[in-house]
Design a protein around this ligand. Structure first.
Ligand code: SF4
Ligand code: SF4
Length: 489
């Protein structure tokens, strides 16, 4: 029996997984349009490698890499670049940004993909390079570049690979679908990670209410003889799938609040990332598709679809039979940590795991908020051991010093406190707003620091110039005096 270590807090939520997971996995038709934002993680825009009127092939790099933090972006199908246009971005800000737009030509003509026949003979750095060049980022939602995550700082002794198949947020079933249909690829990806990281142990966590996924994994493990990968069924408590919570549950180790898993000897990846790595290394195919759950009362046929990245949401919803009359809100991600979209003309990004078309009954946080009654329920469920009611007071008052005292940056925005609050206070909204203000203040501080440093450098340069001028004048005077005294004598 595998020993599990419970984490504090968390809530039991209805999974709503069966709405989408009972339908078979569909392959979305070739998109008519593909949209790729040029915005980078650092907020700057990349320069497109393609121009309007140009034909592109599936797998062609259209947006170049910029350091390891910004892997390249590849076209997910063949077609013609119709423009570089301002489009709504798949981002909580609701901002628009410059995007490469491709009209699909229905041919799906690809560049030549070249896989590796024996990755075990390759050096870790070379494999990391291939993963970066394939544009792979974490597919669990955060979208952090995978090549960086599998290159932990050397001072930490990593000994366990954790694969996260704990799909704990309600409605989302893309990982369940992936594990049922692509278990061999996930396990194959785990072996590649283990080779790169030089670790001997892999724990693959799946929620106990995903019996078909567990059976598929056990079967694939037995068929391939991967006895050293342990499939672990974990309790279905939200947010067990949070990286730090999962590591605690599986190993009993606590990742420091502002630390990384490698500090406790663990590297953690989502199961879909493992499958993408397997495809990139063995078949040479970059990250151009992923499984997306389209679900909720607002869509006629909820299901999971193998989707080309860049496909507009409108095309996916159409594939699911269109909207129902009860459709109220479009959410990218799940109901707890997702964000609302103003339009369905937004593309699926690499980190889009779910499109929730919420009906009226599914919209979270619609009840009228009432005053806090200091019941403490929010603190009981916080998986990070914060005091949400205190954070609420100070976030509401925009007291950014006090929210720091109460560790606002540690909040993972899981929404557990929102769910249990009897006063229906949208706590996470306040926390997000306070975090944005903190980020803004930090940006201002950096700008001010930069301006101050520039001013100080200018003053120092001027002072140096004055000194040099004075020194030069003194030397001239000396030379003149020497010349005068020589001529007199
Ligand atoms: S759960 Fe709501 S009402 Fe209770 S202490 Fe927290 S914020 Fe206040
Ligand atoms: S949203 Fe933040 S404060 Fe609320 S329970 Fe989650 S981690 Fe704790």
């Amino acid at each position: 029996m595998f020993k599990l270590w419970p984490f504090n807090g968390g809530v039991h939520l209805p999974t709503h997984r069966q709405e989408s997971s009972t339908a078979p996995l569909s392959i979305a038709p070739l998109p008519q349009k593909l949209i790729y934002p040029l915005a980078r993680r650092n907020g700057r825009n990349a320069k497109s490698l393609v121009v309007p009127g140009e034909r592109v092939l599936k797998g062609q790099v259209i947006i170049p890499a910029d350091g390891t933090m910004n892997p390249p972006v590849h076209a997910a199908s063949s077609g013609w670049v119709s423009g570089i246009e301002q489009r709504l971005l798949p981002h909580p800000s609701g901002f628009s940004g410059s995007c490469v737009v491709i009209d699909g030509d229905g041919m799906d003509e690809a560049v030549a993909f070249q896989g590796v026949s024996n990755y075990a003979a390759m050096e870790s750095d070379d494999l990391r390079g291939k993963i970066h060049a394939a544009g792979i980022v974490g597919l669990g939602g955060a979208g952090f570049p995978t090549a960086i995550k599998i290159n932990p700082p050397r001072q930490f002794n990593v000994e366990i690979l954790v694969l996260n198949g704990a799909e704990c947020e309600p409605y989302i079933s893309c990982d369940d679908s992936l594990l049922r249909h692509y278990a061999h690829e996930v396990l194959g990806g785990a072996l590649i990670f283990m080779h790169i990281l030089r670790v001997a142990r892999c724990l693959l966590a799946v929620e106990e209410d995903m019996p078909e996924a567990i059976a598929a994994l056990e079967l694939a493990k037995a068929e391939a003889g991967y006895g050293h990968i342990e499939i672990v069924a974990i309790p279905a408590i939200y947010p067990t799938g949070g990286e730090k919570q999962l590591i605690k549950v599986l190993t009993g180790r606590e990742v420091p609040a502002d630390g990384i898993p490698a500090q406790v000897g663990v590297v953690c990846h989502n199961v879909a990332t493992a499958a993408a790595v397997h495809k990139a290394i063995t078949a040479g195919e970059p990250l151009i598709s992923r499984i997306v759950t389209v679900t909720g009362q607002g869509v006629r046929k909820p299901q999971n679809l193998l989707t080309r990245i860049g496909t507009p949401i409108s095309e996916l919803v159409e594939q699911c039979g269109g909207y129902t009359d009860s459709a109220q809100r479009l959410i990218m991600g799940g109901p707890m940590m997702g964000f609302a979209l103003a339009s369905d003309d937004v593309p699926i990004s690499k980190s889009t795991n779910c499109i929730l078309v919420a009906g009226q009954a599914e919209v979270v946080g619609e009840k009228t908020p009432m005053p806090c009654i200091r019941c403490g329920a929010c603190a009981t469920v916080c998986p990070v051991n914060l005091l949400p009611q205190q954070l609420y007071w100070y976030s509401r008052a925009s007291n950014l010093e006090r929210v720091m005292d109460y560790r606002l940056p540690d909040c993972i925005e899981c929404g557990c406190c929102d769910v249990v609050c009897p006063s229906h206070i949208p706590l996470v909204q306040y926390f997000r707003a306070a975090k944005s203000k903190m980020a803004e203040k930090e940006k201002e501080r950096l700008k001010a620091d930069h301006a101050r440093m520039r001013y100080e450098a200018r003053v120092a340069r001027k002072a140096q110039e004055q000194l040099e001028k004075a020194e030069s004048a003194r030397r001239k005077k000396e030379l003149l005096a020497t010349a005068l005294s020589t001529s007199k004598s």
